[in-house]
Structure formats: C-alpha cells, structure tokens
Design a protein around this ligand. Structure first.
Ligand code: CDP
Length: 576
C-alpha cells in the first residue's frame, strides 16, 4: 500500500500516555535512533505486511485487505499483540507474542531451548516451559556419576539469560515456569520467590490435578514422583502442600495454579500429547514449540449509546480472525520446529479489552450478577462469530493441517481454519494504546500516577469525569477525593455512579473469580486475570479463591495481595 506522507504525529487522536508508549515501543527508527513513522503509518506498515499473506491464497488481493486491516487498526477497534506492532515489516519479523518450548531431561534439550529462548526474547516474545520432566535435585546423573542440580537451578539459568538479553530489547522478555505438583522439588519451587527479588523474569505456576485438589480438601496423602524413574519417592500431606502454596501466594503473589485437567479436557489436539505449560501470563496453554498470536477487540469502541453495536463488533471479529490467521503466514520463526508447529494447528488468540470501561459505561457494576451475565453472553457471541470466521476461512483456504486429528473433527463436520480461536490476554501495553482498561480486569483506580518508561503520567478515569460532569457532580472536592483515594467513595456521589466505578480492591474476590469463570466458559484457550486482594486478606481467603476458581472451571488462577511485593506496579505480571 502506498504510504502517504503524514506530518501529524497525532492523527489518530492518541492520549499522551498512548503516544509515549507508541513512540517508545512501536514506531520504527532510523539508524540514528530518530523516529521515522507516525502512529498512523505504523498501523499501515503492520496492515500492509500482514495482508501480504492474502496474495498466496488469491492473487492481487493483498492491497484490498491492507486497506481493510489498516482501517481496523487505525480505528483502534482491534489491536494485535506488541510483537506484531513492533516487528511487522521491519526485518525482525517474529510476530507472535507467546511460545511454549520443550524441556526434556537432558542438557542437550535444555541448552537448545535456552538458545531458542534468547532468540525469542530478543524480539519481544514471551516463553513458557514445563520443568516437570527434569529429574529432581540430587538425583543420579549416570554419565558423570554425580548428582543432578534439579529444575530450580535451570530456572535460575534461564532467568539470568533472559536478564542479559533484555538489555538490548524494546520489550522485556517474560517467562513462566510450570512445575507439576507431583515433582519431588515442588517445595523448593513454591518457595523460589520467597526472596522477592529472586527470578524477576519468571512467573511461577504449580500444575495441579483434580486428584490433588480433592486430596487437599479431604486431607489425603499426595505422592511425589521422580519423573526419570516414574517411582513414588515420598508421600506428603496434600493439605499441607496446598497450605504452603497459599501462604506463599499470600506473601508474594506467587506461585499461581494451573488446573491441568481442566486445560486438557479442552485440549483441541489430545493426540499430540497433554498440555503442560502456558505462555507467561497463562492465557494460552500450548504444546512444546507451539505459538499463538494474540489480538484484542477494544470493546468501548463499539459502544453506541446504552448498548454495544453488535453488528459492528461481529464485523470486526471477522476481519480480526482473518488478520490473525494471516499473521501466522507472514511471521518469521527462529527455528524450523517453531514454524512447523505454528503451521500445523494455526492457533490464534482473539480476545477483548476494555471490559471494565464498557460495563461502567453501560451502568453495570463489575461485581454484580448483571455484569457477569452480560459478559458471559457477550463472550459467547464473540466465540460464535470467531468460530464462524474461522470456518469461513477454512472454506476459502482449507482446514488447519491437523484438523482430522482434532476434537473439532470429532465434534462436528464443520471445518476449522484454526485449532483455537479465542484467548483473553492481559493487554498490558495495547490497552494503553487503545486508551481503555486492560483485558477483563476491573478498573484498578479512578486516578493514579503511572510510571512508564521513566516518566510519570497522572490519569483520571475519563469516563468518570465525563459522566460526573454531565450530571453536574464534578467538583473540586470530588476531584481531590478521587486523586487521594483512587475510588469514587465521596458521599456526595449518587450510589449508581459509585457502584459502576467500583475498583479492583473494593471488589470481593468471589466476583473476580466469577467474572473470570464466566469469560472462560466461552474462551477456547484461557484467561489472563489476577484476583486482587486487599492487604488485610488472610491465607484462608487465598485458599478459598484457589478452590473456587478450580470448581468454577477456570484454567488457572493468580492472586495478588495489595502491598505484597515491594515494587508494586499498577498491575502484577507481566513485567512490562
Ligand atoms: O499488550 P501486549 O500485547 O504488549 O501484551 P500483553 O497482552 O500484556 O501480554 C500478552 C503476552 O505477551 C503475555 O502473556 C506474554 O506471553 C507476552 N509478554 C512478554 O513476553 N513480555 C512482556 N513484557 C509482556 C508480555
């Protein structure tokens, strides 16, 4: 697509925050480091590059699709994950945000994966690993007659490498380490971040089974199994282990839990083997070598008065699914295994952001039955439209190569282009660009100072200010109260306004979990969400959140108790 010269750096009407993020993270620079494109031109660059995939399916259609994609991105109704925005058409062309890499119990496998990890972090992608197959600490190493150093030592190695590679990148590479709850080193793993500065590039999750969750409730013994020999090496109390996990999560926000049986019941390709790990923020369970390119719809952009314009939303879903399917074809993959795995299942992750802002605009308090019901219904529609778009692509381009081995083939004769279509990302950066609340999280505060890229931005929730002003309620006293507390609790405010702007820490944890579960119900992959707890919460509450999330059908759970990490950022993981 021909590039029109644009002098207006702010032709998209971006906020100061959005402009700062775009300039720092996404805009192309010349060899002297000078910015050489506007935000609009960046959207054209991304759209034009991704649309090149179209020509391979139907000659000379790329330009037409480039226009459609560009219009969608420029409207900020939909944005792909950061690596696509940063890398498309720039020469360092890894466009997917998330990868899972294999770790077998051998130095060859571990160091080959360390190498691939470095290549992926260099271009801003995140990596997830199951360390569950590595033999435990002090186990025998036949070749040397010595003792093994165990998963934790290798997690430390990956962390150090990530920190080194980070120094050169525009986005800090993030990792997740998953350890199966049966691994003999599980205690060490659970405590790995007791020192709050340890493993800064890693999120940790314990992979738990239903058997373990039930054993913890019933106070039954739990076997620890050496993955090298398959032998039970010890029995521990499931309840005590759960207590330790909850206590650590209470103290530091980590580890989280992954509900492996729930994840595997929804595995679209069980024949390939079980899913054992996710990407760093947990929203995409993947097999080793698989990747997923994410993209999110900015829901508030579809507001039309007191409702969402579902026709326009359905249309955007259709174009977004096509865009994400095209990304698979034009992305670079640092190794042949990664290219083959992406092509075999063609997993994509279409999600939503700005849920909290949308609920507030519609007058639905986040912690209410109405909001949960609205969101469940909305997600079911987005999933339906997304699957329909994938079927349409299958009719045009063919099914994903492993379709015949998938649950989709077993469930119905409807062909699918993508083994997985929907996923809810945290949208840590792209929500700033879209100017809305992140993912499906509630608003964190109505006014806050965001420290970003070395600068401070004071923000007041614009929707609150607008609605309060329209109703003649915006006063210096209220402004001061919001600036001081971050919440709409001033007694002069009417209850309906206070309720619809309820913030993360005012929301009972039960509602956090209920919202996550409602969204999960209609999401193919998983949901990135943090259950925020007030500083006064106790360990029992953490354990209850874990149990509730498992019973409600979530695929994983992360808690964060206010003040439990010294470097408290606006939102816990991912580290941006
Ligand atoms: O908003 P943005 O596209 O930058 O990313 P996100 O939605 O906050 O995170 C999506 C995924 O990108 C995460 O689950 C990680 O897999 C990865 N990520 C990363 O590798 N490094 C970061 N600093 C942030 C996210």
């Amino acid at each position: 697509m021909a590039r029109k010269p644009e002098t207006n750096i702010d032709e998209l009407g971006l906020s100061a925050t959005a402009l700062a993020v775009v300039t720092e993270r996404y805009l192309c620079r010349d060899s002297d480091g000078r910015v050489r494109e506007s935000p609009g031109q960046m959207m054209d660059r991304v759209a034009g590059f991704v649309a090149r995939a179209e020509d391979a399916y139907r000659a000379r259609t790329a330009d037409r699709w480039a226009e459609r994609f560009s219009a969608l991105l420029r409207s900020r109704e939909f944005l792909p994950n950061s690596p696509t925005l940063m890398n498309a058409g720039t020469g360092s062309g890894v466009l997917s945000g998330c990868f899972v890499l294999p770790l077998e119990d051998s130095l060859d496998s571990i160091f080959a994966t360390l190498h691939t990890t470095a290549l992926l972090h260099q271009v801003g992608a995140g990596t997830g690993f199951a360390f569950s197959h590595l033999r435990p600490h002090d186990d025998l190493v036949h070749s040397t007659g010595a003792h093994a150093s165990g998963p934790l030592s290798f997690i430390t190695l990956f962390d150090a490498a990530t920190q080194v590679v980070r120094l050169g990148g525009r986005r800090r590479g993030a990792n997740i380490a998953v350890l199966d709850v049966h691994h003999p080193d599980i205690q060490e793993f659970v405590h790995a971040k007791s020192d709050r500065t340890a493993l800064p590039t890693f999120n940790l999750s314990v992979g738990v089974t239903e058997e373990f969750m039930l054993a913890a409730t019933a106070d039954r013994p739990h076997p620890l199994i050496n993955p090298r020999t398959g032998r039970v090496v010890q029995e521990v109390s499931a309840r005590a282990l759960m207590e330790t996990i909850a206590a650590q999560a209470w103290r530091t926000g980590e580890p989280g839990l992954l509900f492996l049986d729930t994840i595997n019941r929804a595995n679209p390709l069980p024949e390939l083997g079980p899913l054992e790990a996710t990407n760093p923020c947990g929203e995409v369970p993947l097999r080793p070598y698989e990747s997923c390119n994410l993209g999110s719809l900015a829901l508030p952009r579809f507001l039309a008065g007191d409702h969402l314009d579902e026709q326009r939303l359905a249309q955007a879903v259709r174009v977004a699914v096509r865009f994400l399917d095209d990304v698979i074809d034009v992305s670079d993959y640092p190794t042949p295994e990664l290219a083959a795995a992406a092509g075999a299942t063609r997993k994509i992750g279409l999600g939503i952001m700005g849920l909290a802002e949308t609920l507030a605009a519609l007058g639905l308090p986040y912690d209410s039955e109405m909001a949960v019901r609205f969101t469940r219904r909305l997600m079911s529609r987005i999933a339906r439209w997304g699957h329909a778009a994938s079927r349409e692509l299958a009719a045009e381009r063919g099914v994903f190569p492993l379709f015949d081995h998938s649950r989709w083939a077993a469930a119905s004769s409807a062909p699918m282009r993508n083994a997985q279509v929907t996923s809810i990302a945290p949208t840590g950066t792209i929500a700033l660009l879209a100017g809305t609340s992140a993912g499906i999280e509630p608003m964190f505060a109505l006014s806050y100072t965001r420290h970003l890229l070395g600068r401070a931005f004071v923000q007041v929730e614009p929707l609150f200010e607008r609605l309060a002003t329209e109703r003649g309620l915006w006063s210096p006293a209220i402004a001061a109260e919001i600036a001081a507390t971050g919440t709409a609790t001033h007694p002069d405010l009417p209850v309906d306004l206070r309720r619809r702007f309820v913030t993360a820490l005012e929301i009972d944890p039960v509602w956090h979990v209920r919202m996550q579960a409602a969204v999960q119900r209609h999401t193919d992959a998983a949901v990135a969400k943090t259950v925020n707890l007030p500083e006064t919460a106790d360990i029992d509450q953490v354990r209850n959140v874990f149990q509730h999330a498992w019973r409600a059908g979530c695929k994983g759970i992360t808690v964060y108790r206010s003040g439990s990490r010294p470097d408290q950022v606006l939102r816990p993981p991912p580290p941006t």
